[in-house]
Design a protein. Structure first.
Length: 259
């Protein structure tokens, strides 16, 4: 419950690809027809390279794709958290990432547009309503949604790490009054943090005592799966959350030396 959006939830599966043995003039026509500025290069269902409009600038029209394509390709995976992939794309200046399965077979592509779409969809009260309805159905209880300010030192996080670049982005938003509310579940004298860890952490680092929140109140004081997760991670407050730089498992470089 309350899982973060995955790449597979937003990726496009209808991917336009090219063969390493196609002529460059064919790729140029494909760019004109589709409006795309690059394509994964596929052989036997597996990704072996990527070619972009920039690669075509100095290429001869009778050259083959394999002669000018990039043979090092950054890829990601369907079950990767979308926010983590967005972070990699931002850092590396990449507008799209091929998505592959465990056998390196292409199954989709994720773009900056998909990432933006996911954030727009997440930043609405409808998401809070969806979470509340899920709790009611799973635990056979009633919920009530309110808005207000919650004390940051009363928040119990449910993830043990955050990333520095997103933290800085949320800090920037808070300083300018642009941050959206976090989402919490009220449990007696505590608040379980469901969504907005980077925002809450940034607020704490800025010395704020309170933060705006969507508050989901429960009709019964039951133990949620999120609370069990927090306990298993040893999380009692935001002070237990660590800033990390690790991106292992988010993306991978595929390098092909020979076609």
């Amino acid at each position: 419950m309350f899982m973060k959006p995955k790449v597979k939830d937003y990726m496009s599966t209808n991917v336009v690809t090219v063969s390493p043995y196609q002529k460059i003039e064919e790729v140029i026509k494909l760019i004109e027809e589709t409006g795309h500025d690059g394509f994964p290069v596929i052989k036997d269902g597996k990704i072996v390279g990527i070619i972009t409009a920039r690669d075509l600038i100095k290429a001869k029209k009778d050259s083959l794709v394999k002669d000018v394509m990039k043979r090092e390709v950054i890829v990601t995976f369907p079950d990767t958290n979308l926010i983590d992939v967005a972070r990699v794309m931002f850092r590396m200046g990449i507008s799209r990432l091929p998505v592959v399965d465990g056998n390196k077979r292409l199954i989709g592509i994720i773009t900056n547009t998909d990432v933006v779409r996911s954030h727009i969809e997440r930043a609405t009260p409808e998401k809070v309503e969806k979470i509340a309805r899920s709790i009611e159905k799973l635990h056979n209880i009633k919920t009530r949604i309110t808005t207000g300010k919650v004390k940051i030192n009363e928040l119990i996080p449910t993830q043990d790490k955050i990333y520095p670049d997103e933290f800085r982005g949320r800090e920037y938003e808070i300083k300018r009054g642009l941050a959206e509310p976090i989402i919490v579940i009220k449990k007696a004298d505590r608040y379980i943090l469901v969504d907005g860890h980077h925002r809450a952490f940034a607020a704490m680092k800025l010395g704020l005592e309170e933060i705006d929140a969507y508050i989901i109140e429960l009709s019964k004081d039951i133990e949620l799966g999120l609370e069990k997760m927090a306990k298993s991670l040893g999380l009692k407050s935001l002070k237990d959350v660590k800033i990390v730089n690790s991106e292992i498992g988010i993306a991978e470089i595929i390098k092909v030396d020979d076609i």
